[in-house]
Design a protein around this ligand. Structure first.
Ligand code: GLY
Ligand code: MN
Length: 358
């Protein structure tokens, strides 16, 4: 079983390649991945022989029960950097990696200013590459998050009817997520109806839903730090022939991608399988976003499933597969499911994928 301790070992295994003797972790989702700590302010420093966790007074008690295998220091009336200096955490260290994609410029300047003898080395996806391979516990958490969201979906099907607003539906999703055991929504719930369904990220508005419209609902929740992410597009009343046509193209594109997803396949090739299907059916210019993304302690985790990705899929990746077609002034369709990569793709989501006409 992969524990906090083995995660720390995996971090250290990467030191040689980057010629660093410590790494500074500042990104809260990565801190949660390593330590289980769910607060908003902390720094981890992992050296060859030690692992330190620093937070402030607000999280003193929380850190006691959430964080194991780290030496813990609590800042009271001082900053976390003050504490790193005071406790001499970086003494004898010469090269320290930091998370270039997540740290603020001013914090890097301050580090350089305070620790003049240390060289700070930018790293990319340092923790993310480790976290992309999910452990059994993590997969279990994602499955729980999916189950909660799916239960919510069946509930809201009962309230969707002409006259209800997008925001009413989104609020109900948020309420039910919490009621059914989620920590929170995974992101601002997207409910986009009619012409607004052509906005891939059309967060819910006061627009009322009308008969004859498509409604795109993209929702997910967080369970024990891990995310679910599902999209269904439904029709209010009978769908028009054009709506059915684009729905079927998106569904076939998604099915092809799911059927071909496996470890060893390049993420860009997986993206191509779905994109090419949509293109060959004449709708290529209406699908402008990536096919999917990893799921983990962030909603958009590493790896990205995009035409530009160099990542090769590996056993244990959990990713979304979410092709779409968005036609301005008409509407859009996206279907999104979550899959676990092995020698094939195990679909973790179980909602029906055919067009639901309410
Ligand atoms: N579900 C939101 C997104 O993947 O962008
Ligand atoms: Mn998604």
């Amino acid at each position: 079983m992969v524990t906090q301790k083995t995660k720390i070992d995996k971090v250290r295994e990467k030191f040689n390649d980057l010629k660093i003797d410590a790494i500074l972790i500042t990104h809260p989702p990565n801190i949660r991945y390593l330590t289980g700590f769910s607060g908003s302010s902390a720094i981890c420093v992992i050296t060859k022989n030690d692992a330190f966790f620093l937070t402030d007074f607000r999280y003193k008690e929380q850190a006691k029960y959430q964080v194991k295998h780290f030496k813990k220091f609590i800042a009271s009336g001082k900053t976390l950097l003050d504490l790193i200096q005071e406790k001499r955490i970086l003494s004898k260290i010469r090269r320290v990696g930091f998370e270039a994609d997540h740290i603020s410029f001013s914090l890097v300047l301050e580090l350089k200013n305070r620790f003049k003898d240390i060289k700070f080395i930018p790293t990319e996806n340092f923790i993310e590459e480790i976290a992309a391979i999910k452990t059994e516990d993590e997969i279990e958490n994602i499955k729980r998050a999916i189950k909660i969201s799916e239960k919510v979906f069946y509930e809201i099907l009962n309230i969707i009817k002409p006259g209800i607003s997008e925001v009413d539906i989104a609020s109900e999703i948020t309420f039910l997520h919490r009621k059914f055991g989620a920590e929170k929504d995974a992101f601002d719930i997207i409910v986009a109806s009619g012409w607004r369904s052509a906005l891939p990220h059309g967060v819910a508005t006061s627009k009322k839903i009308k008969k004859g419209e498509l409604v795109l609902i993209d929702f997910g929740c967080v369970y024990n730090g891990y995310h679910s992410d599902i999209t269904r597009t439904i029709s209010i009343g009978k769908a028009s022939p054009k709506m059915r046509k684009i729905y079927q193209i998106v569904l076939d594109a998604q099915t092809k991608a799911i059927e071909n997803a496996r470890s060893g396949l390049k993420a860009s090739e997986l993206d191509f399988i779905a994109r090419n299907h949509i293109k060959q059916n004449g709708y290529g210019r209406f699908f402008g976003h990536s096919l999917g993304h990893g799921l983990g302690t962030e909603i958009h985790s590493f790896p990205r499933i995009s035409p530009r990705s160099n990542y090769i899929l590996q056993n244990g990746n959990v990713i979304t597969i979410e092709p779409g077609i968005y036609i301005p002034n008409f509407g859009g369709v996206r279907i999104e499911d979550d899959v676990l990569i092995n020698s094939n793709a195990e679909i973790l989501t179980s909602l029906p994928r055919n067009l639901i006409e309410l």
